[in-house]
Design a protein around this ligand. Structure first.
Ligand SMILES: Cc1cc2nc3c(=O)[nH]c(=O)nc-3n(C[C@H](O)[C@H](O)[C@H](O)COP(=O)(O)OP(=O)(O)OC[C@H]3O[C@@H](n4cnc5c(N)ncnc54)[C@H](O)[C@@H]3O)c2cc1C
Length: 372
């Protein structure tokens, strides 16, 4: 858990941030207080994640991030960078009464002249990067779809600029602060605020088509993304697997009916509709998801400097498969906080703990599956 709010500094003191920090920020930065028009600290991931802020600083430059961290340190109040508000670790709820450093204004992606890398702002959403680079004739590996041709997003990272807990700025790469570079590639939320990063890019490919077909087998599994569940239910069909598809949407969504109608044409063996579910009840549940991605992109990464990493990856994959049968094991981005650090960070935990003592000894970045 991060440090506590200094007792003298509470919600009523928000205005003080405006007065004291405001003049130190760039022209395009802004500060929102609970009394401001547009104050919104709700999260897109889930209503059960509710960090509490006394001010939101919408930073527009790297120096804004630095000034805000410096200011929060001076007052000994916590700070938390926020980009997409999509993180769903319940440990974020330990953040109570500090400054949100909203990164969304740092949202540019520029391909470099050599066409091999791009510099991306630390508050950019994945779809924005994809759109922006596409307009420049480029694309990059994205998180969550590693089977698409360019491998893991983390392997594409070339360097990053970080504001550290002590408000200094560093560049990390394979040759500069390489220990921190290693940590950032798997546990970045615990080490600094990424203001920008350099990432490998590739020529944009042709447009995609999405066909809503259900097939028992797809020849090139790496290029198919299907949402739903395939399972055995002998009561419904003793011979074949059953495909379950769920469509959830707000009542006002104009497309849901069309999607539903398309699937209805397949004459489902079972169908229910539940209306009027209060939004917060949608997530009052738990789920266990098994996902399988194609491996073409990962296998396409040439052997070389990554040999050791690759061997570890193979071994790690074996262990994950084992874990899904026998033990708990959690992907950091999917972890919700109760899995146990060993299950989230694996054999990297001790090294991360050691690095934490060097780069963030006071655990200022202590809210997202914190490394203790
Ligand atoms: C429905 C759903 C589906 C998801 N699907 C996937 C998936 O397919 N693949 C996948 O990998 N993940 C997935 N996730 C997890 C999600 O992508 C990760 O949790 C990711 O961290 C969210 O990014 P964000 O920018 O929204 O983070 P935020 O919620 O804004 O922040 C999360 C953490 O990152 C820190 N942070 C934010 N910006 C910065 C920055 N610039 N520098 C340093 N730290 C920063 C924050 O301080 C916080 O600790 C999913 C989550 C949900 C809710």
């Amino acid at each position: 858990m991060g440090i506590d709010v200094a007792p003298h500094f509470g919600l009523n003191d928000s205005e003080r941030i405006q007065t004291e920090l405001g003049p130190l920020l760039s022209e395009k930065a802004s500060i929102l207080l609970p009394s401001s028009l547009g104050w919104d600290q709700s999260r897109s991931s889930s209503p059960r994640i509710e960090p509490k802020f006394i001010a939101i600083v919408e930073v527009a430059t790297e120096e804004d991030v630095q000034e805000t961290v410096k200011y929060a340190n001076r007052l000994t109040i916590p700070f938390l960078a926020i980009s997409g508000s999509h993180g769903w670790a319940t440990t974020l709820n330990n953040f109570q009464g500090g400054i949100q450093i909203n990164m969304r204004k740092l949202n540019t992606a520029e391909a470099h002249a050599d066409g091999k890398t791009a510099t991306v702002g630390g508050g950019m959403m994945q779809y924005e990067i994809t759109e922006s680079l596409y307009r420049q004739g480029k694309k990059l590996a994205v998180t969550g779809l590693c089977g698409l041709p360019h491998g893991f997003a983390a392997d594409s990272l070339v360097s990053a600029r970080l504001v550290l807990a002590n408000s200094s700025i560093v560049t990390v790469s394979a040759t500069e602060n390489s220990d921190l570079f290693w940590a950032v590639r798997g546990a970045g939320q615990n080490f600094g605020i990424v203001t920008s990063f350099e990432v490998k890019i590739h020529d944009a490919s042709e447009d995609w088509t999405m066909d809503n077909n259900l097939e028992s087998q797809h020849k090139k599994i790496g290029m198919l993304v299907m949402a739903g569940l395939v399972f055995r239910n002998p009561e419904l069909d003793p011979e074949h697997p059953v495909v379950a598809l769920q469509i959830m949407s707000p009542a006002s969504n104009p497309f849901a009916a069309a999607y539903n109608a398309a699937f209805q044409k397949l004459s489902p063996v079972f169908h229910t509709t539940v209306n009027d579910i209060p939004y917060e009840k949608l997530f009052a549940t738990s789920a266990y998801i098994l996902e399988s991605y194609g491996r073409d992109g990962v296998e396409a990464v040439p052997e070389g400097e990554n040999v050791a990493v690759r061997a570890t990856g193979v071994e790690y994959g074996e262990r994950i498969r084992e874990a899904t049968r026998a033990n708990e094991h959690a992907y950091l981005n999917y972890a919700v906080g109760g899995e146990g650090l060993e299950n989230v960070y694996g054999e990297r935990l001790e090294r991360l703990r050691a690095l934490k003592k060097v780069w963030d000894p006071e655990n200022r970045f202590g809210f997202y599956i914190p490394i203790r």
